[in-house]
Design a protein around this ligand. Structure first.
Ligand SMILES: Cc1cc2nc3c(=O)[nH]c(=O)nc-3n(C[C@H](O)[C@H](O)[C@H](O)COP(=O)(O)OP(=O)(O)OC[C@H]3O[C@@H](n4cnc5c(N)ncnc54)[C@H](O)[C@@H]3O)c2cc1C
Length: 409
C-alpha cells in the first residue's frame, strides 16, 4: 500500500518525489517511459550532451533547478542567449531586424494596454502587417502554437512573471532532472491507464498490475489526460475538459554536426527566414561546440512532423544552405531530431491555454476529494511550459498530499 503514488516521472514528478523523501510516508514514482526526466532529456551524441527537450533555465534568478545545480556544484553557463540577433545580418538586415523587433514590442503593448475582448492573441495583430509572419514564428517558438490558438491572458501571465536571465547547464538540463530522481523509489515502464477512485483506496491500473494508494499525484502531460490515455473511474470530466483547454503546442529540435566551425562565433544565432511563419531558428555553436541546434515551433514544427522522419534535419540543412551557401551542405552531418508530437507519452512539447481559458490551469491543479492531486507544467499559473514551473507544481502537490494523508489513510 502506497501512501502517495506519483504518476509521471518528469520534472514535476521528480520534484514531488524529492519533496517527500525523508518524510515518514511510503511513496512510489510510476513512469510509463524507460527513464525519468520526461520532456527533460539529454542525449550524449558525437561526444556532446544534447538537450532534446528543455535546455534553458528560464527566469534563472528564481529558478529552483538553478538553485539545485548550484547546490550540487554543477556547472552553469551564464552566457546570455543570442535569440534576437542575426549572425552577419544574413537575410535579415539590421534595419529589418529593428522593424521586426518594434513590431513585436508594439504587439505586446497592445496585448497589455488594449487586450482584445476575444482573448485571442491574433486579434491584436495589425491586418496585413509586413512582419505578421515574424510574430507568428515567434509564437511558434515560444508557445508551440499560432496566435489564433493562444489566450492573451495566459500569454501575459507568463510574460509578466518571466525574469530576464536565461542560463544553461553544459552537462544537460535533462540529465540534471533525471539525476535529481536518483534514489527515489521508481517503477519504470509502468504506464498508468486508469485510476479507480470508486472505493476508499485508490487503485492505479498499469499493464503490470494494480497499485493501491491512499493518495495520488497525477503529473502527466495535459494531452495524456485530454486524450484519455490516463483516465479515471468514475470519470472526472472537469479535469479532461481543463486539460483539453491546455493542449501541448509543438516545438522540435534537430542537431547538425558542424565540420569546421569558422566563421561562426560561439553562441550565435540565425533566424531562417523572418518572412515565414514556419521558419526554423538556428543556434550556431551552442557552448562553442561544433554543432547547430535547429529549432522549429508551431505550424513549422507540425508540418515537418507530418512530413515524416528526417524532415526536420533536411529542412534545417536547406535553410542553412540557403543562407550560408551550398558549401555548407557537406559541412553539416545530421545527428538527431525530435518529434515530440509523435510520442504517445507526451503528444506535444509544452502547454498553452486556448483563448478564454487561462483559468483552466487553476481548474486542472485543483485537487479532487483531497486525495487526487495534480502537478506538471500545465498546472502552473505563470511558469507553465517550463521545467521550473513543473518543479514548483510538484512541490505544491507533494505538500498538499502530505497534509491530506492523515484523513486519506
Ligand atoms: C523541444 C522542447 C524545448 C523546451 N525548452 C525548454 C526550456 O528551454 N526551458 C524550460 O524550462 N522548459 C522547456 N521545455 C518544457 C519543459 O521541458 C517541460 O515544461 C517540463 O519538462 C515538463 O515537465 P512535467 O513534469 O510537467 O512533464 P513531463 O516532463 O512530460 O513528465 C511527465 C511524465 O509522465 C510520463 N507519463 C505519460 N503518460 C503516463 C502514464 N499514463 N503513466 C505514467 N507515466 C506517464 C511521461 O513519460 C513523462 O515522463 C521544452 C520542451 C520541449 C519539448
Amino acid at each position: 500500500m502506497i501512501d502517495i503514488l506519483i504518476i509521471g516521472g518528469g520534472a514535476a514528478g521528480v520534484a514531488a518525489g524529492r519533496r517527500l523523501s525523508g518524510e515518514a510516508v511510503e511513496t512510489l514514482v510510476v513512469e510509463a517511459g524507460d527513464r525519468l526526466g520526461g520532456r527533460g532529456h539529454t542525449r550524449d551524441i558525437a561526444g556532446m550532451k544534447l538537450d532534446l527537450g528543455c535546455g534553458w533555465l528560464h527566469s534563472a534568478d528564481r529558478n529552483p533547478w538553478r538553485a539545485l545545480a548550484e547546490e550540487a556544484e554543477v556547472e552553469i553557463d551564464r552566457t546570455p542567449p543570442a535569440w534576437r540577433t542575426q549572425f552577419a545580418d544574413l537575410g535579415f538586415t539590421a534595419e529589418e531586424q529593428a522593424e521586426a523587433r518594434e513590431t513585436y514590442a508594439a504587439f505586446m503593448r497592445r496585448l497589455r494596454e488594449t487586450p482584445p475582448p476575444s482573448d485571442l492573441a491574433s486579434d491584436a495583430m495589425e491586418t496585413g502587417h509586413r512582419w505578421n509572419c515574424y510574430l507568428e514564428a515567434l509564437s511558434g517558438f515560444m508557445n508551440g502554437a499560432e496566435l489564433e490558438r493562444l489566450s492573451v491572458a495566459d500569454y501575459l501571465a507568463y510574460e509578466d512573471a518571466a525574469g530576464e536571465l536565461n542560463w544553461r547547464l553544459p552537462a544537460g538540463f535533462g540529465a540534471f532532472i533525471t539525476g535529481a530522481g536518483d534514489g527515489l523509489p521508481v517503477r519504470l515502464g509502468a504506464a498508468v491507464e486508469r485510476i479507480d477512485r470508486s472505493g476508499p483506496i485508490l487503485v492505479a491500473h498499469t499493464a503490470a498490475g494494480p497499485i493501491e494508494a491512499h493518495t495520488v499525484i497525477v503529473a502527466v502531460p495535459t494531452n495524456v489526460l485530454a486524450d484519455g490515455r490516463l483516465r479515471f473511474t468514475p470519470d472526472l470530466p472537469d479535469k479532461v475538459e481543463a486539460a483539453a483547454r491546455l493542449p501541448l503546442g509543438l516545438a522540435n529540435k534537430a542537431f547538425l554536426r558542424l565540420d569546421r566551425v569558422e566563421p561562426f562565433p560561439p553562441d550565435s544565432q540565425l533566424f531562417g527566414d523572418p518572412r515565414r511563419a514556419d521558419t526554423g531558428a538556428y543556434s550556431l555553436r551552442p557552448f562553442g561546440r561544433p554543432v547547430i541546434e535547429c529549432f522549429f515551433g508551431g505550424v513549422g514544427a507540425r508540418e515537418l512532423e507530418a512530413e515524416g522522419e528526417g524532415a526536420g534535419l533536411d529542412f534545417g540543412i536547406e535553410q542553412l544552405v540557403g543562407l550560408l551557401g551550398s558549401e555548407m551542405r557537406r559541412r553539416l552531418t545530421p545527428l538527431v531530431e525530435t518529434r515530440w508530437g509523435q510520442d504517445p507519452l507526451f503528444g506535444g512539447s509544452y502547454s498553452h491555454a486556448l483563448p478564454g481559458h487561462h483559468a483552466a490551469r487553476a481548474a486542472l491543479a485543483r485537487p479532487v476529494e483531497d486525495r487526487i492531486f495534480f502537478a506538471g507544467e500545465g498546472c502552473s499559473l505563470r511558469d507553465f511550459s517550463t521545467a521550473h514551473g513543473a518543479y514548483e507544481t510538484g512541490i505544491a502537490a507533494a505538500e498538499a498530499a502530505l497534509a491530506a494523508l492523515p484523513s486519506a489513510r
